[in-house]
Design a protein around this ligand. Sequence first.
Ligand SMILES: Nc1nc2c(ncn2[C@@H]2O[C@H](COP(=O)(O)O[C@H]3[C@@H](O)[C@H](n4cnc5c(=O)[nH]c(N)nc54)O[C@@H]3COP(=O)(O)O)[C@@H](O)[C@H]2O)c(=O)[nH]1
Length: 718
Amino acid sequence: MLTNTDFVAGALALIGVPACAFGVDGTVMAANAELVTLLGRDPCGAGVDQLFTLHVREASVALLASAMPGVRWDTYLTPASGHYFAVQAWVKPLPAGAQVQGATIVFNDISDVRRDQRALHNALLENQAILDSAVLGISVVEEGRNLHCNTKMEELFGYPPGGMNNLSVQAFYADKDAWQAARAETMRDFTAGRINVSEYELVRRDGTVFWARLSGRPFDLAHPRGRSVWLVDDITARREAAEAVSRARDELEVRVLERTAELAGANALLQGEIIERRQAEARVHHMAYHDSLTGLPNRALLSDRLDRAMLNAQRSQRQLAVMFIDLDRFKTINDSLGHMTGDQLLKEVANRLCCAVRGSDTVARLGGDEFVVLLPGIAAPVEASAVAEQIIAALDESFPLDGRQLHITPSIGICIYPDDGADVATLMRNADTAMYHAKATGRNNYQYFQPVMNQAAAQYFELESNLRNALARDQFSLHFQPIIDIGTRRLHAMEVLLRWRRDEHDLVLPDSFIPIIEDNGLIVPIGEWVIRQACEQSMAWLRAGLQPVPLAVNLSARQFTHGALVATVRRILDETGIDPALLEFEITETALMQHGEHTQEILEQINAMGIRLSIDDFGTGYSSLAYLKRFPVKKIKIDRAFIKDLPNSAEDRAIVAAIIALSGSLQLSVVAEGVENESQYALLQRHGCQFAQGFLFSEPAPDHEVRLLLPRLDAALA
Ligand SMILES: Nc1nc2c(ncn2[C@@H]2O[C@H](COP(=O)(O)O[C@H]3[C@@H](O)[C@H](n4cnc5c(=O)[nH]c(N)nc54)O[C@@H]3COP(=O)(O)O)[C@@H](O)[C@H]2O)c(=O)[nH]1
């Protein structure tokens, strides 16, 4: 028979969710299978309170006791396993007419719901924890309003907790324009399905600003205008640092540019200096090996080339020639016409020398008027003769310089390698010796070196060296040679002739030393000494009561053209007090002709002082009386070469007669030199020659002899 309890159990079985029924005494009367499964045990017979987990048991029993119809509450059951799980309990009392009194409890398993709730809760807690611990400001924005945000965001903007909620985002921008620009940019990115990342200067609650990096994205990229989440980072420090870095980089860049420019400048300067230095080195090198005036190789380069040429000649079994060239009387031109003209002449000479030799030959200048020509690889010494002749011919033509026609001749010394020397020094020395020999043999010629020349050269150098001290040692003296009036055979004048007493026994005649002192320039101080000495002698005769006669002093070409001559003579006249009428200067016609207008000028100045001028050695040079007419010359002296054979040579007689006749017509007095016998004297007298000089009357003699020829002043007055 079916009991009421069976009926209740049958009803419970139909419910389909865990359920049970309990009586008024609180004992479970029936439980369906779902509940038994859920609990893992059959609760029937046990107290209903035992269904519930301990911590909710009391509360649940209280609710059951209230027997409120339809009471529902969430509670926990404790299954056999010991785990509890969430259920919603729904109590319904058994109907009042029922045979059993009690109530049913239907359980709704809400453990999943609870788990989900818990998970959600945990997720929310997690999110909150994340939001609260985030170092970035995070906010949710909708329709331009900040719905809510994290603490960091509030800190960033200086708001109290919740103070930013529902605020318009515009409030965070400096002005409306900035905000609208940001919105437009955001919409552009969101619409394109991108997150928006931007940097703006935002405003805090207190009005201060800071630089923020914003990164926003819509919750749903498909709805760009919907809710969005924003991350905000204060990047002021980073920007300042970046700006500082940028400034520093800019400064660095500027500094680098400046330094680069500086370095470029310095580099350019350096390059310039390197070029300049190279040029200077090249110049120095050129200067070291070339003559600055003519550009020709100098002694150093010549030595080098000579060295190489000797090696080549040795290898090729050939010879070479060294030609030492000295320009005759160049110093006279230099002294008289000045260094500028002298330099010009040297340059022209250099050109002509270069033209006279082959390209493979070397023309060098050693200095002054000394040149050397090196002929490498000659087959025989005679080849040097051909070159020497070409050089003489090349210089033969006059040099038009400064409106003058200058003439210069070379003296050339030649020596041959290996016969005359096997090293540079010996070859140069021997060529030089040969050159001196060429000078001694009349200049304007060439001479090959011969060993015997060394002896002559040694003598020459000894002489030259002694001459340098002769003036200081008072070794010079004057001799005087009378010039006789042919008509009366009485003393007319005296020529002053220099003598050198080299030692006690050795009286040296001028022909042996005048050319040397002309060459080395000593003629200028020695010549001055002669003029002064002659003037003093004349004054001494006067003081001795003798009637002085005019003294004829020889002037060499070099002395004549020396710039200081006129001033020197004037000073001597002043200092000695001699009457200028008692002084005559004899100049060779060659010396006169050499310097054209310059000569004219000097002659006129001398003439203006009252000193007479005569032409010495007439007939040996240009012999142009017409030309001489231009000069203030009073007398000519016929060279003794024409007098010597006068009695026997019709030709000489004709020449002498012509000179005397022409001189007469030009109102020039004539002196015949070198008259040694009466025949010559008679002939000269017959041809109307006024004056004569020669051994027939007297050889040159010292003062103490010639003063005997001078009339006494008192006798002359009587
Ligand atoms: N610039 C200077 N030149 C000078 C000076 N003193 C002399 N000289 C020149 O030296 C040359 C030689 O002079 P010297 O040896 O004195 O010979 C002179 C006479 O001794 C010589 N003479 C004179 N008469 C005769 C003669 O009858 N027979 C002969 N064989 N010789 C004779 O002639 C020389 C003088 O000649 P000149 O001068 O041409 O009148 C000589 O050229 C001097 O000029 C000086 O101080 N400065």
